[in-house]
Design a protein around this ligand. Structure first.
Ligand code: AMP
Ligand code: GLY
Length: 421
């Protein structure tokens, strides 16, 4: 079977690595891919916003399944165009990707379906938003831009001035919409669920570190590291989250005529009242995919194809190693601001000789070897029998890498290690 993977980050490297292990795979194509993905796939320079070209490529190369990694092409309707052309696709339609693409859409759906989530108000103009801040919500309060914002559209404000400034900054964009939310107290955890629109299959839990600094301080990033499973999501809490949040969402999407097919990534807050939905993503997380794939022992191609072909109910439960997986992101200096690109990277083979897996995110091959080309550059991933040994193994990999213009946090997994100890 030939497969086309859309994307070129660390998440897609992990997906490519796992897809390549399937005995059913003939050729894996990746667009655009990256130097790490090139070890497992033929990288092709396709523009994912040019849907016709992607369809033509898939037809010409007898592609049986297209796997869409990132959110932007999903919200942009690439899955719809491919399905209209008769192709099997792992990833939701544009209408279903609204679960990630519009925070207001998701909040309204939760309200209709009685799904536990923070109280909220949607506002289309700046005056209503300021009035809502004064009248409806206490502090802290959460202000969110409605659309895709690459992790930058959310401000948790502990005072009115910060909240008001966030409102003004969002409405500085013409046509902006915002959601103002009640602040939820608790620990955050991510739950991944495969669904073909009907059946659901839990694909495990993870926690990430969003802040750039050790101790979880400083600016927000796409994620500086992650581990799986997250024991704070006990089997009881996972069952509640599936029953009270995920299943009603999948049912509501189906009943609206826009079934969600793909992976639903639920960001949950574990509050004293039980799990509450913070947000949905319509794709695997990055770097959460790296730790999920490190633990997954099934056939990824079969699994994703079963989702795409609406045969999920026939699959056995997802097979995971007992191992704990942990990934440390090595980023370019400056990230999450403007990253310093072009810095040399060496020692990846040495890192892999320690047993770690090095997933590449922002790298480029030059005449002088591998260099950094983005903010998050590598995700050094390892497994262990417990979180402390996975953490030690990941940092052995990190320490074997020579990346002078890079940095990483040294405390990935600290909360879980403390819990386990
Ligand atoms: P989001 O982009 O919706 O995931 O929000 C980014 C981060 O903001 C989340 O990971 C949470 O840490 C925080 N956050 C978002 N909404 C809330 C909320 N209602 N209460 C508390 N924290 C929140
Ligand atoms: N690591 C967070 C995300 O993928 O959205």
């Amino acid at each position: 079977m030939n497969v086309l993977l859309i994307g070129g980050g660390g998440r897609e490297h992990a997906l490519a690595w796992k897809l390549a292990q399937s005995p059913a795979l003939d050729t894996l194509y990746a667009a655009p891919g990256n130097p790490g993905i090139a070890h497992h796939a033929t990288c092709v320079a396709l523009d994912a916003t040019d849907h016709a070209t992607v369809v033509a490529f898939a037809m010409k190369h007898a592609v049986r399944l297209v796997v869409i990694g990132p959110e932007a092409p999903l919200v942009d309707g690439l899955a719809d165009t491919l399905r209209d052309a008769g192709l099997a696709v792992f990833g939701p339609s544009a209408a279903a990707a609204q679960l990630e693409g519009s925070k207001g859409f998701t909040k309204d759906l939760c309200a209709r379906a009685g799904i536990p989530t923070a109280g909220y108000i949607r506002c289309n103009d700046v005056d209503t938003a300021h009035a809502a801040l004064k009248g409806t919500f206490g502090l802290p309060v959460v202000v969110k831009a409605d659309g895709l914002a690459a992790g930058k559209g959310v401000v948790v404000a502990f005072d009115h001035a910060t909240a008001a400034a966030a409102v003004d900054s969002i409405f500085a964009e013409p046509g902006a919409q915002i959601v103002i939310e009640e602040f939820l107290e608790g620990e955050e955890v991510s739950l991944f669920v495969l669904t073909d629109g009907q059946a659901i299959l839990s694909f495990g839990s993870a926690q990430d570190h969003k802040r750039v600094g050790e101790g979880d301080v400083g600016a927000n990033t796409g994620g500086m590291g992650a581990y799986s499973p997250a024991t704070v999501l006990t089997p009881e809490l996972e069952a509640r989250a599936l029953a009270e949040i995920v299943l009603p969402t999948v049912a509501a999407m189906r009943e609206s005529g826009t079934p969600f097919s793909g992976v639903l990534y639920a960001g949950l807050m574990l509050t004293p009242r039980g799990p509450q939905l913070i947000e949905y993503n319509a794709r695997f997380g990055d770097p959460e995919a790296q730790v999920l794939m490190a633990r997954f022992s099934g056939d990824l191609l079969h699994t994703l194809l079963a989702v795409a072909e609406e045969r999920l109910a026939m699959l056995p439960p997802v097979a995971f190693d007992d191992a704990v997986a942990l990934t440390v992101v090595m980023a370019a200096q400056g990230y999450p601001g403007t990253p310093r690109t072009g810095g040399r990277i060496a020692g990846l083979a040495d890192a892999e000789a320690t047993g770690a897996m090095v997933f590449q995110a922002g790298t480029r091959m030059t005449g002088d070897g591998l260099v950094a080309s983005g903010g998050r550059v590598l995700a050094v991933t390892a497994t262990g029998t417990d979180v402390a040994s996975a953490q030690a193994a990941a940092y052995r990999g990190v320490d074997a890498i020579d990346f002078e213009t890079g940095f990483c946090r040294r405390d990935i997994g600290w909360r879980e290690v403390a819990r386990a100890g």
